[in-house]
Design a protein. Structure first.
Length: 106
């Protein structure tokens, strides 16, 4: 009987200590993130730039923006690494590219 009680108490403690990944994201979970806005600069097939990230009025061309963030004027928090400048439509070396390390909707 002691063993059954001990197993039950241990199981309850373990289960209650676990946190679900499905919970709300804490706004402070990304200390190095910057506020940004996702913008649609037009269809690249029509000489547009596609989806860009606007960080403090600096436009970046993301290399790995996920489709779930394809919403014009979407406010996000983002951590990224700046890469080489890339072409946009007919403009050569128009904007710097970025590789997104972390992104979350605000």
């Amino acid at each position: 009987m002691k063993i059954l009680s001990l197993i039950t108490i241990t199981t309850i403690l373990v289960v209650s200590a676990c946190k679900s990944k499905g919970g709300a994201v804490d706004d402070n979970s990304c200390n190095s993130c910057e506020d940004a806005i996702i913008r649609n600069y037009g269809d690249p097939a029509m000489d547009g730039c596609g989806w860009v990230v606007d960080v403090s009025s600096t436009i970046y061309m993301p290399k790995n923006l996920l489709p779930e963030f394809y919403t014009d004027s979407l406010e996000v928090s983002v951590t990224y690494n700046v890469l080489e400048r890339v072409n946009c439509g007919l403009l050569k070396d128009a904007y710097p590219a970025i590789f997104i390390e972390e992104i979350q909707k605000k």
